[in-house]
Design a protein around this ligand. Structure first.
Ligand code: BDR
Ligand code: CA
Length: 313
C-alpha cells in the first residue's frame, strides 16, 4: 500500500507502472518539476485512465517553495507534446481537492500507516509533512528519488534535478520530517541502465492489450532512450529504481546520518551533503543492479497484464 507523489516525467511514468504492477496505489499527487503542473498532472491521469486503474490523482504545487520553477522538457519530451501521452484520451475532471490536502486526508484516515514515495521535487511532501504533523506521523516511511551524494549532478556539477528545483523543500524534509526517510540519489540510480530495445519491450507489452497506450509509451520511451549515452550503455530510469528500493531495501546499501541540501548559490544550489554521521536519514550508496533491473522489468510487465476495473480477467 503506497501513495506516490510525482512529476511525470518519463521515469516517473515507469515508476507509476511498476507500482501499478506491484501494490495497492492509494493515490497519486502531482507536482511541478519535469514539466509545468498541468502537464505532469495530465500525464499521470491519462496513463492511469488508459490502464483502467481507478486511482485518484490530485494536482498539487505549481511552483517550488521559494525559487521560480525550472523544468526539464528537453529530457522528457518537448513541452506540449506531453511525451506522446497527448495521444491518449483526456482523463476525467481534475478533483478540486489540492494534493497537499488529499495527502493529509489519506494518511489521517488510514487504518494503518503506509508508505509515501516521492519522485519529483519535494514541494508537496514538505508542505504536507510540515503542515499536518498528526497525519504525517501516519507515514510509515518516505522514499525519495533525489540528490547525488557520491558524484556530480545532472543539472549542475553538484546538483541532481529534484533537489535543485526545490532545495528548500528537500532540506526541510531531510532535517525535519517526522518519519523515517530513505533517499535514492542519482549516483545510485544511474548505475541501472536500460537499452532502447528493452524499453521498447515494455511498450510492446502494453500495445498487445491496449494499443493506444502502447503507442504512446513507445513514443515516450523512444524519445527518452534517444537522449541516452548510446545504445550499449542505455539510459537510467531513475524513479523506477527508487520504487525498487521501497519494494526491497536490502537490494541497496545505505549510509545513515544527518544530511543537508544547499538552498542557493550559483554552484551549490541543490547540493546534497552529509552534516553528521549519526542521524535519522538513510541515503543509498550502492545497488544490486541485476536484482533491481529484473524486478522493475517484471513489475512493469505485470502492470501491462493487469486488467482494468470492469474488464474481464
Ligand atoms: C530526477 O529528475 C527528473 O528529471 C526525473 O524524473 C527524476 O525524478 C532525476 O534527476
Ligand atoms: Ca521525477
Amino acid at each position: 500500500m503506497v501513495w506516490a507523489d510525482m512529476d511525470p516525467g518519463v521515469d516517473d511514468i515507469a515508476a507509476l507502472l511498476a507500482l501499478v504492477g506491484t501494490t495497492e496505489l492509494v493515490g497519486v499527487s502531482t507536482v511541478a518539476g519535469n514539466h509545468a503542473l498541468a502537464d505532469t498532472d495530465a500525464h499521470a491521469r491519462r496513463v492511469l485512465a488508459a490502464l483502467g486503474v481507478p486511482v485518484p490523482v490530485y494536482a498539487g504545487s505549481e511552483r517550488p517553495l521559494h525559487w521560480p520553477l525550472e523544468t526539464a522538457g528537453t529530457v522528457h519530451g518537448p513541452a506540449g507534446r506531453l511525451l506522446g501521452l497527448d495521444r491518449l484520451p483526456p482523463a476525467g475532471p481534475v478533483p478540486s481537492v489540492h494534493a497537499v490536502d488529499a495527502l493529509r486526508e489519506a494518511f489521517a484516515r488510514a487504518a494503518e500507516p503506509f508508505d509515501l514515495i516521492a519522485t519529483g521535487p519535494l514541494t508537496n511532501v514538505a508542505r504536507f509533512l510540515a503542515g499536518s504533523p498528526a497525519a504525517a506521523r501516519r507515514v510509515r516511511a518516505l522514499w525519495v528519488m533525489g540528490g547525488s551524494l557520491a558524484r556530480g549532478g545532472n543539472i549542475s556539477p553538484l546538483a541532481e534535478f529534484n533537489f535543485y528545483v526545490d532545495p528548500h523543500a528537500a532540506d526541510w524534509v531531510l532535517r525535519e520530517a517526522p518519519v523515517p526517510v530513505y533517499v535514492v540519489g542519482l549516483d545510485v540510480t544511474e548505475r541501472v541502465r536500460w537499452t532502447a530495445a528493452e524499453l521498447e519491450r515494455w511498450a510492446d507489452a502494453f500495445a498487445a492489450v491496449r494499443p493506444a497506450l502502447g503507442a504512446a509509451l513507445a513514443a515516450m520511451f523512444g524519445y527518452y532512450a534517444g537522449r541516452g549515452d548510446g545504445p550499449e550503455r542505455g539510459v537510467a530510469v531513475h524513479d523506477a529504481v527508487a520504487v525498487a528500493a521501497w519494494h526491497r531495501p536490502t537490494w541497496f546499501a545505505w549510509r545513515r546520518g544527518r544530511f543537508r541540501v544547499e538552498p542557493g548559490g550559483r554552484d551549490t544550489r541543490g547540493w546534497l551533503w552529509q552534516e553528521r554521521d549519526d542521524g535519522p536519514v538513510a541515503v543509498a550508496t550502492d545497488v544490486d543492479v541485476t536484482a533491481v533491473k529484473a524486478w522493475v522489468d517484471a513489475a512493469v510487465l505485470r502492470a501491462a497484464a493487469r486488467r482494468g476495473a470492469g474488464e474481464e480477467q
